[in-house]
Design a protein around this ligand. Sequence first.
Ligand code: PEP
Ligand code: MN
Length: 347
Amino acid sequence: MLVILDARCTEAQCAAVEEAVRAIGCTPLPVAGRERTAICVTGNRGPVDPGRFAQLPGVRECIAVTKPWKLVGREVQPESTVVRIGPRGEVAIGGALPPVVIAGPCSVETEARTVAIAHAVKAAGARLFRAGAFKPRTSPYDFQGLGAEGLATLQVVRRETGLPIVSEVVDRESLDAMVEAVDVLQVGARNMQNFSLLRALAAAPCPVLLKRGPAATLTEWLMAAEYLLAGGKRDVLLCERGIRSFSDHSRNTLDLNVVPLVRELSHLPIVVDPSHGVGARDRVRPMARAALACGAHALLIEAHVSPMTSYTDAAQTIDVATLTGIARDAEVLARLETVERATIGAQ
Ligand code: PEP
Ligand code: MN
């Protein structure tokens, strides 16, 4: 149930509605919008009687929420969320903004190499730098990332290139150190349903990029995002990175079907990671183009100055020339959309 109050409602009217929600044993979650304030009733086990709220002062209407998720949905927040990243919010992702390219190696490498890659991806058109200091690996014997040393390198990258940093957080223990070093906390596919991690991240001071689990349905993914929003985090990016299917011709099956669906169902921005979606460098650019064409707000791409020698995920890591091409694709598409919007607007 959503209790919609007039945008001009008073604080006391809001507080009275919240109190009425608590009185029926539920938790109120207010969502302020431009034209209205919505108070979301959460924690109910069955249908909520709108009669309890409809007559309260300031209440415009009560709307039943038909989806299992609430705060991530457009029923609660019709306008798109724009996530602002970096110390001055210099990179914005979401809504009708042009797509943003996020690029860098799979793992943080030596300081010299990582800084060189960052300068190269910036020159290629990337606006954010990605690299993992903590790597969740299938085998305990594989390289697990440089950890704290990697975070120190990411801080050097940020200082020397000015690029905000996206990096994966794998547990609560490393969260404080991560927050010092990065601008977006990435939740890896394997941790999408690590609910205690999600609860901790809800209180983090920077945006969270939530990857879709390898076997998660769209509903499960949106419910994982709901954990973040219910905990108070509003700057969340969703990231499709491919799912496990019967197909064995690619590392994962990049499910671009979700892109227009997420845009329809949720106000949160949708990012696509074609690198993990295909697992082979030749197919990254075609699928990046496809992701842009179906409405991705940003691309997350593994790129390197010497892809073959990448510490991890070498087979899917592209070179800087290919990344430059993808950044150009994104610009061309953004221009086309502007023309199309202007044409439709003129009709
Ligand atoms: C990564 O981005 O390098 C990564 C480990 O991604 P995922 O969680 O999608 O496998
Ligand atoms: Mn990787």
